[in-house]
Ligand binder design. Structure first.
Ligand SMILES: [Fe+2]
Length: 270
């Protein structure tokens, strides 16, 4: 069944910032001189700031899984990615992965308690009766939650850190060579899938691609294994409205909206 087009659930991890509407209003109450309009404006800005500071996380995400908010406006990645594509991609495709994952794990006493990370890293322990649907939809939820975070409006994503640059130089011979190899991985992925930059267990970097909604956490099921630092969605649903069949053009424009600040953080923490 097609998921309904709705706002993300209010219990989404991205909304659990601690800076709730109630606390904001309580703070505003201390200043009785604020006009209603000013208070409303201040609350709106505070909520926006809270959302920006608490991007959706996949780490503590457990059943029932929910659609994360975007850490930027839906049209903020234009012209590289248009608003309509972003809207359909998240509220239809991503929402369907969330809904189908919840449905697959409903009534599963043990696996229903796993985090999204655990579902991916231990996909081989999921019973074969539900593994394919959990693999596709758990991967789909993880991958898209990650994808929204590693993008940012043009000009606000920063640049690779000195440490990441050194690792990229060592692994690929420079940033331009890395970008070329990464784009090649996306171009050569037959059909639908993803291209990845990962940090392997030994600390080195690697590029690879996965089919469908597989990801590098699914050890034993994929060719590229490690902690994801960067990924690009090369399913047609990610670009077809704006770029039609021109995947290469989409990949070229996508570099404009990479959130290098987030990639740097993930590289340092991985
Ligand atoms: Fe997608």
């Amino acid at each position: 069944m097609e998921p309904s087009e709705s706002e993300p659930n209010a219990t989404s991890p991205s909304n659990q910032s601690g800076l709730t509407r109630r606390t904001i209003l309580a703070g505003l109450g201390a200043s009785a001189l604020l006009s209603t309009a000013a208070a409303s404006s201040l609350m709106s800005r505070a909520q926006s700031a809270a959302q920006a500071l608490t991007p959706p996380t996949t780490k503590e995400n457990t059943m029932p899984f929910t659609l994360p908010n975007l850490p930027y406006a839906e049209n903020a990645l234009e012209p590289s990615i248009d608003q309509k594509t972003m809207n359909i991609h998240r509220t239809k495709h991503h929402q369907a992965y969330v809904d189908n994952l919840n449905k697959a794990l409903e009534g599963q006493a043990e696996y229903g308690k796993w985090t999204l990370d655990e579902i991916c890293t231990q996909i081989g322990s999921i019973p074969e009766t539900i593994r394919p649907v959990v693999r596709n939809n758990g991967g789909g939820h993880w991958n898209h939650s990650f994808f929204w975070q590693i993008m940012a409006p043009k000009g606000s994503g920063g640049a690779p850190s000195a440490e990441l640059t050194a690792a990229i130089d060592k692994a690929f011979g420079g940033l331009d060579a890395f970008k070329q190899a990464f784009a090649d991985a996306g171009m050569k992925r037959f059909g639908s899938g993803w291209a990845w930059l990962v940090k392997k267990g030994d600390g080195s970097l690697a590029i690879g691609s996965t089919p469908n909604q597989d990801n590098p956490l699914m050890k034993g099921f994929v060719d590229v294994v490690g902690r994801p630092l960067l990924a690009v969605d090369v399913w047609e649903h990610a670009y077809y409205l704006n770029y039609q069949n021109r995947r290469a053009d989409y990949l070229a424009a996508w570099w404009n909206v990479v959130n290098w600040n987030e990639v740097n953080t993930r590289f340092a923490q991985a």
